[in-house]
Design a protein around this ligand. Sequence first.
Ligand SMILES: [Zn+2]
Length: 146
Amino acid sequence: MTRAPYLPEIFPVEHMDRFEQQFWARCAQRRLMFQRCGGCGRPRNPPGHICPRCHSTAFDWFEAPKAAEVFTYTIIAHPVHDAVRQHVPYNVAIVVFPGLGDLRFVTNLLRVPSRGIRIGEQVALEWEALGNGFVPRFAYPAEGDA
Ligand SMILES: [Zn+2]
């Protein structure tokens, strides 16, 4: 089944550094991966060249768990850019992952129940085709999944 992506492709991206480029190259292969510091072992996001805790520049990439928990969210009702004028209201959520400490990931939640979003609920990684790649979103179970 094909459906429209949650948000349009035309959100402008002004600049991506090489770590963000690496992140999105992996997303294009439907692999959500984060960096883990080679100095202190702390997982981190967004990707960058240095650990904000121990200042090590050593790191590797690891695959994120598929399951996450809603940490917080907001509903965007006022379009901040013309690209999303036809898409309000939409949600922006921050999810956390079991075993990854304080690592946070900003996403959109799909298949939100009519009662709305609740902090602490379980959601699962779901890829949306967008442009030449894929965007990681997190979704409530489809009807019949639960
Ligand atoms: Zn570190």
